[in-house]
Design a protein around this ligand. Sequence first.
Ligand code: PMP
Length: 404
Amino acid sequence: MLNVQDIRKDFPILNRKVNGKPLIYFDNAATSQTPQQVIDVIVSYYSNYNANIHRGVHSLSQEATDAYEKARITIQKHFNAKEAHEIIYTSGTTHGINLVANGFSSLLKKGDEIIVSALEHHSNIVPWQMLCERTGAILKVIPMNEDGELILADFDALLNEATKLVFVNHISNALGTINPIEYIIDRAHSVGAAVLVDGAQSCPHLKPDVQALDVDFYVCSAHKICGPTGVGMLYGKEEWLEKLPPYQGGGEMIAEVSFEKTTYAGLPHKFEAGTPNICGGIAFAAALDYMNAIGFENIAAYENELLSYATEQLLQIDDLKIYGTSEEKTSVISFNVGTIHPYDIGTILDKMGVAVRTGHHCAQPIMDFFKIPGTIRASFMFYNTKAEIDAFVVALKKAIMMLS
Ligand code: PMP
């Protein structure tokens, strides 16, 4: 069981007012809020041991290096990766995907096939299109149904010996659908294809076990998991990370450099050129510690309650249509009301202190599927409450009245 009133005390931002009204923050799928415990870690880093890592002999540098590498082990344990060097620090999900897509440029040939899903965020579409342009590989798409679920029979039909890679998100940011990634990984492996799972939206709600999933690559961003922006991780199976060439050249990622020839460092440094977001990595681990102390089972159970409660309340509003009606979904509700433009509703809600997302949510193909310009998206985290949902519904009804 989770005590939401106690939890809320950890989040200073939840006390602030916006436009004179108490903040109701329902834009968690874009970025989550940060608890004091993580803020303290960030302040402590810059107050006590800010220094560059891995190459300093002085004490501060060693303290920073130790904390950064200890954080990698926390991340490794959280995701149950076999080795710490299978965790590559990135600047976020987008960076992780681009790193893998770039690496595959040298492994693919003309006519090879890549499969993505109709439910992807642009960051899991565009890098693969660029990869196809570079290599002559062909991009295929797993379609979805009206509930916002992937059509698995069509996925099966797309698979063949030419399929080299499959990319799919674990949870859709636009609709909240939880995709059957176990099935997708299993089927993709049966034709010898590698699988990358975009975990940007799943990691705030569940705890993926990369070994049990047998996934080849898994990526996420810390800022969706109560951590800071500008840091994330790429998990890759050692055998794959060894095969991929480095993404960026620079300091930190080399073994030896001369003008004739450079040799690269081993994992994970081969993929970590330049000074990384040291504080961010340490704070990322602190955020995982914070969420694990609450417990992901408790988080999921509570967020499911919020989802059911909000869905019931919203469906009582005339002309309100929810997009993404799968039984398997997380605490994301994407909706429209009649023909009112989502942006207009979002703007009025903001005046009443309610933060929601409006627009295409970087998933234009999903909006095209439903033939809409965008939606209003309310997304909940474990620090939100039913009272906030009530206040949001009142504000929404006022907005609809003003716009009708
Ligand atoms: N994939 C999904 C499913 C997302 O929701 C997001 C963030 N909205 C991203 C990728 C990109 O994450 P980031 O901007 O942190 O790189």
